[in-house]
Design a protein around this ligand. Structure first.
Ligand SMILES: [Fe+2]
Length: 298
């Protein structure tokens, strides 16, 4: 069990009753968890801390079947613990979950499969594919956290097509959608994408704005004033992403620009390394708690 530390809330089970709206626990897709056992272990730790519900939000970064090179893409850090079966996955597409399961079952017994889950290339996944992987994930989960599926969409041309087709994995309210950009430069279509989302009835939530170093304070305020909402990666409050995102996160939190909070966990080591060192003062703790309350409304 972990505790978030602050002058006011030391000892409080900070995540009591909370919903996490952003994480990469869905195994085998994107650059998140490879291991079901580690993914479930993290859920168990968070459940001990009081977490009630979590949205699994795998990346959707392009057209269906598109592949993003993890080693060179500026958006992502290198993935660790690649499954041994990854070498069998073609570079030009996504292998169906049924094929992956068949491969796994041929190579491993059940216990091994839980710790060495197949890994797919980071790239474009169809909603149907993510739903299939989600059903597989839930099939082996025996813990008490309520699991839901959404996605984290990269803002690009391909997203525009999905929006116009109304083919997005939203939060439970059917309208809120998690979107992201590169950390270093805005997409040329950013204004058009956000506007198109809005006119098609969606409410975009811009993930971890504190990490977009190209954004100015004026950018943040203009986006917020236009009606777009921001989601804090609470790990930003630990310097996990560096000093600049840390300072920006504090500024955005202090000025009430966030609407939601999420973990964005990609691996369990982050949890074990960072949570013992998480400190917030009482004012910021109250603000973060408010974001978690808002998480339950979508
Ligand atoms: Fe994410």
């Amino acid at each position: 069990m972990f505790w978030f530390k602050s002058k006011k809330t030391k000892g409080l089970k900070f995540l009591d009753g909370a919903t996490d709206i952003h994480c990469h626990l869905l195994c085998g897709v994107d650059d998140g968890f490879d291991s079901l056992s580690e993914s479930y272990e993290l859920l168990a730790q968070e459940q001990n801390a009081g977490l009630k519900r979590v949205y699994l939000t795998p990346h959707s970064m392009g057209a269906e079947g598109a592949v993003v090179d993890r080693q060179t893409h500026p958006r992502h850090h290198k993935k660790k613990n690649i499954s041994p079966v990854e070498e069998n996955i073609p570079e030009d597409g996504i292998v169906s979950s049924a094929v992956l399961l068949a491969r796994n079952e041929a190579k491993y017994d059940e216990s091994a499969r839980l710790s060495q889950y197949a890994s797919e290339p980071l790239g474009g996944y169809s909603n149907q594919h993510l739903k299939e992987r989600f059903e597989e994930y839930k099939k082996y989960y025996t813990g008490g956290v309520e699991l839901r599926l959404a996605a984290e969409y990269m803002m690009n041309k391909e997203l525009l097509a999905k929006v116009q087709a109304k083919d997005l994995l939203t939060y439970a309210d059917g309208v809120h959608v998690l979107v992201e950009t590169s950390y270093f430069a805005p997409p040329v279509e950013m204004t058009e994408i956000l506007y198109t989302l809005a006119v098609n009835g969606y409410k975009p939530i811009i993930a971890h704005p504190e990490r977009y170093l190209y954004m100015t304070k004026k950018d943040y305020r203009n986006l917020k004033a236009t009606g777009y909402e921001f989601q804090l990666n609470y790990l930003s409050l630990t310097h996990y992403y560096g000093d600049e995102p840390y300072e920006r996160a504090l500024d955005l939190l202090d000025n009430g620009l966030y609407s939601f909070a999420g973990s964005d966990y990609h691996r369990i080591s982050t949890f074990y390394h960072l949570m013992p060192h998480f400190h917030l003062n009482s004012d910021r703790t109250d603000k973060l708690l408010k974001l978690f309350e808002n998480n339950c409304t979508i």
